[in-house]
Design a protein around this ligand. Sequence first.
Ligand SMILES: Cc1cc2nc3c(=O)[nH]c(=O)nc-3n(C[C@H](O)[C@H](O)[C@H](O)COP(=O)(O)O)c2cc1C
Length: 195
Amino acid sequence: MMTEPETIGIFSVIRERRSVRNYTDREVPDEALRAIIAAGIQAPTALGFQPWQFVVVRDRDLMQRASDYCKPLLLEKIGAEPRPGMEEFLAALENPEFSIFYNAPVLVLVLGARDAVSSVLDCTLCAENMMLAAWALGIGSCWVGAATLVEQNPGLRAALKVPDDHQVVAPLIFGYPAPLPPKPARREPRIAWVP
Ligand SMILES: Cc1cc2nc3c(=O)[nH]c(=O)nc-3n(C[C@H](O)[C@H](O)[C@H](O)COP(=O)(O)O)c2cc1C
């Protein structure tokens, strides 16, 4: 008989993880970030290429600069074709106080080598491992796709140590969660069984 999945730790971590957008001021220790990255690199990669690099950013002024750079670009991009559900984010982007990094204490960029066959897919699997590992350590995270726009700014690329032969695939923020809203519900999966 199969073990009840709900009783296995990894299932509860997967079920409970949610994107955290409200953090306490507590710093995430280097050892925790190393453990999170160590979990990330256990992900499978096409042809075993492991095409990633990581940048750990604790410089809040630099994060602020990156956020200030991305916000108007996002407003232009999303504002041009607003979709239902984006109203709150659009309004936040108009607020000068709002940071796309939600005042998280640390940002980790998962960079993918441009010459690898499946860089984006590989780094995405790595990023999910990292977010799950973080949750298991009591650390919240959020993938801030909005921050990939920093790629367009040579000064920010340099400050963030993004080499020319790598792209920013997953900008992940980490920190200890302040009180959380409920996790967004999931739709029932559509599953076809053959036969
Ligand atoms: C590729 C990707 C990009 C995302 N970009 C953002 C972002 O820029 N800002 C943000 O607040 N959340 C971002 N998210 C988080 C999603 O909004 C979130 O995962 C989704 O709403 C489901 O919520 P949950 O992670 O709490 O289950 C992103 C997630 C993914 C996978």
